[in-house]
Write a protein of this length. Structure first.
Length: 262
């Protein structure tokens, strides 16, 4: 998205606070910061984008318009498939491999029409970047205990936009998905609010869950979420995060010390 976001991701990777990050292949900082990303131990996924304009070709619509068009069955499916294929090809060109997983910018990967074209483009699990193929983010099993009604509602709305349909199709095609989903909130409140939500998310996290986050280190003047992204970074990098992980016996996948060969 921008260099401040990239810097936050790379610093948190060094601290062992992330397991994966999603690559926005058309983003203005992708080429600049990709070598440093590939030097980390993070899983790298495709952040499928159909709503954010970087001057790229293909389908790019405001989110509300994309949702309405998808549910009316009026998406230009050949153009959607072309956009997906182009981003998958560019991902492989940039990284030298297929994505470890796929999610969507503003969760567009789960929308009717989009999800079918995505699964067809991935070609079944045998076409993936790992032995079992790429896993696909599922927003449909949110962990909501202890959260206020407005955040529970937002999480359910996101899930209701197509998670169940994607899950049925993904599992039938042999793709795996995360067990539960955490991290939905209103991007408000600075560090105190994010600390409160993070402590609640981690208290109910289970094996195989995905907790999404949106950190940045430093501000980008064009990013409306810059202040809250920095608050996320502060919490994710802080001592409280380490204590919560220890208290709940949680390990961030892929951050365990490597075992030396015997």
């Amino acid at each position: 998205m921008n260099t401040a976001v990239d810097a936050g991701i790379l610093r948190l990777a060094q601290l062992g606070r992330l397991s994966a990050t999603s690559l926005l292949v058309d983003g203005p900082a992708a080429m600049q910061d990709l070598p440093a990303l590939l030097d980390t131990r993070l899983q790298v996924g495709l952040h499928l984008n159909l709503t954010e304009s970087f001057g790229q070709p293909g389908v790019c619509l405001p989110l509300k318009t994309l949702i309405q068009t998808a549910y009316l069955g009026r998406l230009p499916l050949d153009q959607v498939r072309h956009s997906i294929d182009r981003q998958l090809d560019l991902f492989q060109t940039l990284t030298g491999r297929r994505p470890d997983y796929v999610d969507g910018h503003q969760h567009v990967h789960q929308l009717p029409g989009v999800r079918d074209q995505l699964l067809a483009a991935l070609g079944g699990a045998s076409g993936g970047g790992t032995a079992a193929g790429p896993w696909i983010r599922d927003t449909g099993r949110p962990r909501l205990a202890g959260l206020p009604w407005r955040l529970r509602l937002k999480a359910r709305v996101i899930a209701g936009l197509g998670a169940a349909g994607l899950r049925r199709r993904a599992l039938a095609a042999g793709f795996s998905q995360n067990s539960g989903f955490l991290g939905v909130y209103d991007f408000k409140g600075g560090v105190p609010a994010y600390e409160a939500w993070m402590s609640r998310w981690l208290a109910q996290a289970r094996d195989g869950d995905t907790l999404m986050c949106h950190p940045a280190w430093g501000a980008d003047p064009l990013d409306a979420l810059a202040a809250q992204r920095q608050a996320e970074y502060a919490v994710l990098a802080g001592a409280s995060m380490a204590q919560w992980l220890a208290d709940h016996h949680l390990t961030i996948a892929g951050t365990e010390p490597r075992k030396e060969p015997s």
